[in-house]
Ligand binder design. Sequence first.
Ligand SMILES: C[S@@+](CC[C@H](N)C(=O)[O-])C[C@H]1O[C@@H](n2cnc3c(N)ncnc32)[C@H](O)[C@@H]1O
Length: 242
Amino acid sequence: MNDTPFDAMFSGVIGQDYQMLKLISPGSVEMSRQVGRAVGEFCQQSTVSVELVELGGGTGITTLSILSANERVKVLSVDNEPTMQLQAKQHLQQWAEAGRLEFCGDDALTALQAMQSDSVELVASAYTLHNFEAEYRKQVLGEIYRILKPGGWFINGDRYALNDISAHTRSTQKEVEGYFKILTKIDRLDVLEHWVIHLFSDEAENHVMRETIALQQMADSGFKQINLSHRQEVNALVTAVK
Ligand SMILES: C[S@@+](CC[C@H](N)C(=O)[O-])C[C@H]1O[C@@H](n2cnc3c(N)ncnc32)[C@H](O)[C@@H]1O
């Protein structure tokens, strides 16, 4: 785990039982829906096919929402954790067969670095960038900007930590309380253990994606019209234009 620039936390119990997130964090499913809605909004502006790169496609929850948003969207879904991506390949086989979905198993930065500048209309993601170590995330943001066509959008539904650190801590504590209530009731202490451990990584100083700093980083990368909306506790939707 230490010789990679990211925490491969999705290979074990979390990855195998990822659908449990729907139980302990229904808001995250809603955020994937919001990412799809924003993709649909972008597509209304254009009549041609829309190339989209998805970062951290996971088991395919966000990917499905994106594919359903508009039939002109073609997705390249990037995820470097086979436990997660294999599930997406199974769930979304029909979309791949229809030629609307391809997969890449590289990590986000490596995948982006291999892509041409000004080559895609959209980059979309949910609950992935907050997992990145801060310096890695900065490089990813720069690469997202580079590969987007002028006028292209970056859409990210994610954990954007509250600027008010005390409020953020309270919100996170409430979240953990919810994990315990739900997962002890169904006797899944193994899943509980892994999500609590995972939260420590999310909240670590070199990972946490605090709202003002994150939006400033995007502005520094060149993004315009940066907008944060749909905030639900520590989660929010961010859109930005190249
Ligand atoms: C919390 S899941 C989100 C999955 C999906 N978007 C959703 O909302 O359900 C985060 C995903 O990001 C992937 N991931 C984490 N770090 C990554 C990296 N550096 N490059 C590519 N994928 C990464 C993980 O493997 C995992 O599948």
